[in-house]
Design a protein. Sequence first.
Length: 147
Amino acid sequence: MTETIAMLYFWLKSAHIIFVIFWMAGLFMLPRFFVYHQESPAGSEEEARWVDRERRLIKIILNPSMVIVWIVGLLLAWHISALSEGWFHVKLLAVLGLSAYHGWMIGYAKKLATGARPLEGKKLRLLNEVPGIAAAVIVILVVAKPF
């Protein structure tokens, strides 16, 4: 298996980066969808369209991308023996945080679909910054390997 991974290493690394981009795009888009959803009139046809858009973004882009990122990322980390490195532990913590954020957003989408609107648009706009901050931290950890 190690030999196969070595042969496919650059393809796996490419796939990891591609699906990180897809996942991050979805993590940036969904809170924005939530803002527009909440600004639509309750019970309207427009609101129903936002529920459908959110559901499709989650099922088609967010969930599959996150799963692929995790599987390929752990495989790559194992292959390069990063599992015992300090930078990797912090990166793993950041990715766990992004995964929790992902899960929270799915829960929020379900609340919106039932008509609940627990957060204001301003708070949703602030939450939109979470993936950007996490991405910056992760990139610095992977490229600079500060510890």
